[in-house]
Ligand binder design. Structure first.
Ligand SMILES: [Zn+2]
Length: 334
């Protein structure tokens, strides 16, 4: 398969970088038609990594680590990356364009010896960072196909975690996020997976968010135990029974306040939680103000079994004494 070579415009790169790095200049002595060499005032590893992220965003490229050379005697920082369309560590054939483009960042030490050989270190603002960027790629960097293969950028990742924390499901987050681009007629942004992730990327982000916030599917109780003090601090009562069949009782301040209201007593509300898609097993059952959440593989069966234990017809609204009994069952599980 043959790939066209694409040359990324030097001038465009420099002008875009200078908006964020005003001291960034081109070292015209070292630059070649295939490679641009820049000097800038990067101070440490964090700033170097941020520079790489920033360059990735403006050039629609992603980079994988090729060589990290921690040598504090010689450099403050030295690292080289390869374009993510190189053949290195490539499991997905479609990403492999055998691209040879490299990006390297070195932060030099200021010593008498280095000052003698490097004029940029003598500036009032020493330009200790030396960045070398290959301008030749074996693939297009602006085609829709290439843009869809970019990795999600960190800010967008955090944005999606916030959507999920706000209660959106993955598909709701996808629509909400896409609409932002459509409202601005920003079709390039829409096609760019680093800004508008693919569905697979979003479902993966949701899995990461869920593991962090709801616990793993294997043992969700670790996370719940961790969160109980927080729930208690905001007035929510949480009781749970942890066995091969497991149950959780949750009573929020609102439920407690609504308990004496006659207007609440005829309401039965059955809801499903954000995690239902994952386990196909979560159900939240709220007779009146009391919410009982039951999590397990046969939650539907367990709800009916609980209702039968109470002598209740699952299809018939229960009275208050039955609700009290239901709560008692939750408490017995503790
Ligand atoms: Zn490339």
């Amino acid at each position: 398969m043959e790939f066209q070579q694409e040359i990324i415009q030097k001038n465009y790169i420099v002008s875009q970088l200078q908006e964020f790095y005003p001291y960034c200049i081109e070292d015209t002595d070292k630059s070649t038609p295939e490679q641009i060499v820049l000097r800038t005032n990067l101070q440490n590893e964090e700033e170097a990594e941020n520079f790489k992220k920033h360059y990735s965003a403006i050039s629609n490229t992603n980079w994988i680590v090729y060589n990290y050379n921690p040598n504090p005697q010689k450099f403050v920082f030295s690292k080289t990356w390869l374009c993510h369309h190189s053949k290195r560590h490539k499991r997905i054939a479609k990403r492999n364009a055998d691209c040879k483009a490299k990006l390297s960042i070195v932060i030099k030490k200021i010593t008498k010896a280095t000052k003698k050989t490097d004029k940029y270190l003598k500036y009032d603002m020493p330009l200790v960072g030396e960045v070398k960027i290959s301008l030749l790629h074996t693939h297009n960097t602006t085609s829709a196909e290439t843009l869809r293969m970019l990795r999600v950028n960190d800010e967008v990742r955090q944005q999606f975690y916030q959507y999920f924390s706000d209660g959106m499901s993955p598909i709701e987050a996808i629509r909400f996020h896409e609409n932002k681009f459509l409202l601005e007629d920003n079709f390039i942004g829409l096609a760019n997976a680093s800004l508008n992730p693919t569905h697979n990327q979003i479902y993966y982000l949701h899995e990461c968010w869920r593991d962090t916030n709801l616990g793993s599917s294997i043992n969700p109780f670790d996370k719940l135990k961790e969160k109980v003090p927080f729930y208690e601090s905001i007035g929510t009562t949480v009781k749970f029974h942890d066995d091969h069949l497991w149950a959780v009782l949750l009573v929020t301040p609102l439920m407690k306040r609504n308990h004496p209201l006659s207007s609440s007593k005829e309401i039965i509300f059955i809801d499903s939680t954000a995690s239902k898609q994952r386990y196909s097993s979560r159900a939240a059952f709220s007779p009146w103000h009391w919410r009982i959440e039951i999590y397990n593989q046969i939650s539907g069966y367990l709800i009916r079994a609980l209702l039968r234990t109470l002598g209740a017809d699952p299809k018939r609204p229960m009275n208050k004494s039955e609700v009290a009994a239901m709560v008692l069952i939750g408490s017995q599980c503790n």
